[in-house]
Write a protein that binds this ligand. Sequence first.
Ligand code: HEM
Length: 213
Amino acid sequence: MYGIVNKGIRDMVIRNHGELVWEKIITEAGCQEDFFMSMEVYDDSITYDLVGAASKILRTPAPDILVAFGEFWMIFTATEGYGNALQIAGSTFPQFLDQLDDLHRRLGTTYRELIPPSFVCEEIDDQTLILQYHSHRKGLTSLAIGIVQGLGKKFDMEVEVQLIKKQEDIGYDEFLVKYIPIQKETTKEPNLNSKQPNNEKGKCPFSEFRGAN
Ligand code: HEM
């Protein structure tokens, strides 16, 4: 896999646990390098070993490490200069998921040896979709789940991802993805379209703004 993936794992560990823990992880993984070049291809085994070592050192199951890394991936790629790639990849959460193959295809013009996953997205209704995740690699289901969750956060969506069919059974993973917009508690704009009174006690809907600040 391209070094950007291992670099992302390194960044996440150092950010959350510090350099010393990272040193322990690379020692545990038997990894020769402490730093990774984004555009260089490394053996996949290095990534798997890093995740295994992080699981041991942080006493956290490997799938949880992968979910956390997936969620971090969206923040990390934006800081690595892919903010623009993310911006043109879709303006809504389901649109973005539907265009993941285009996103990786575009990345393939820079990352010539990319072996990208492939996704098939089927919208069920405006809060539910089914996402197929096809990969040449094994064991990265939780990574895909984490990235989808992280993507949801970018779109201010509360996302629930449920694995409904498994790669080991049918050759690819299938997820049921449910998403609803996150209700912002501190909104200062009264919702003029809302048919519900926007305070539970049925008082004047603007009273909460009077004492604000
Ligand atoms: C600009 C943002 C993104 C960049 C730069 C990026 C780049 C990459 C790279 C470099 C790899 C490693 C593959 C290889 O080296 O052969 C990868 C793998 C992967 N990407 Fe993306 N990606 C991005 C966004 C996404 C998004 C939004 C998803 C959503 C689910 C996604 C899902 C995955 C998964 C699951 C893998 C694991 C590899 C596999 O299954 O074989 N990526 N990506």
